[in-house]
Write a protein that binds this ligand. Structure first.
Ligand code: PGA
Length: 250
């Protein structure tokens, strides 16, 4: 049985004080949950978030990293730097990074490999645009993105990866994929992984849904057998609402 893994993606929001208060509150509100909880905070909050989360069940992730270990890359942060302060997870290839920061399938793959090299667990984002969906290409796009992101990884690495299926048209728009559509897309991703790495591996991979997940729609989504939790943007900025999502019971 796969666990439900619910990650908050704060994006470029929350100052250190907000992060401290939020994590304290969230840890109390979700203390009895059986689900895994991750907060992906901006770099400047990570240290504070890690301190606050230390004796709680909340895990901390970053939202990006560079694929090189060190060097002349002004303004960048390496996986080694994240690992050194205690970060466990890292979002890689979020559609906002693909769209605004020229992230490609190739850089995503390099980052995924670099994350494993230092012992960070990647949360890899894949998803189609509205145009691609309307042209009937969604499945092809997301399975291709998945294949390219995982290229060169061992079976042992693939079975511990988290994939977030996030249709781009559903991110921050209030439009959610129907639970059935999300389930079908996630099934297609799992099938692709099964073809390449075997069904045993595919059955272990956590595949989340992301895109306007809210307290009011999360249960319907998470009740789907292949949807292993969510990557939550907007609703992860409100402690009460995010706690309700995290406290999902099957
Ligand atoms: P949203 O963002 O929940 O605000 O749609 C999700 C994401 O971008 O990870």
């Amino acid at each position: 049985m796969r666990k439900k893994v619910i990650a908050g993606n704060w994006k470029m929001n929350m100052l250190p004080n907000d992060a401290i208060n939020f994590i304290e509150k969230l840890s109390i509100l979700t203390k009895d949950t059986q689900n895994e909880v991750i907060i992906c905070a901006p770099y400047t909050d990570l240290f504070y978030a890690l301190l606050m989360a230390q004796k709680t069940h909340i895990k901390i992730g970053a939202q990006n990293m560079h694929f090189e270990k060190k060097g002349a890359y002004t303004g960048e942060i390496s996986g080694e730097m994240l690992k050194a302060i205690g970060v466990e997870y890292v979002i890689i290839g979020h559609s906002e990074r693909r769209q605004y920061f020229a992230e490609t399938d190739e850089t995503v793959n390099k980052k995924v490999k670099a994350a494993y090299e230092v012992g960070l667990k990647p949360i890899v984002c894949v998803g189609e645009t509205l145009e691609q969906r309307e042209q009937g290409k969604a499945e092809q796009i997301i399975t291709d993105q998945t294949e390219k992101a995982l290229e060169g990884l061992s079976k042992q690495q693939v079975e511990t990866i988290i994939i977030a299926y996030e249709p781009i048209w559903a991110i921050g728009t209030g439009k959610t994929a129907t639970a059935e559509d999300a389930e079908n897309s996630i099934k297609a991703i799992r099938k692709k992984i099964a073809e390449q790495y075997g069904n045993d591996v595919a059955q272990k991979v956590i595949i989340q849904y992301g895109g306007s997940v809210k307290a009011e729609n999360s249960k319907e989504l998470f009740d789907m057998p292949d949807i292993d939790g969510g990557l939550v943007g907007g609703a992860s900025l409100i402690a009460d609402e995010f706690a309700e999502i995290v406290n999902y019971k099957g």
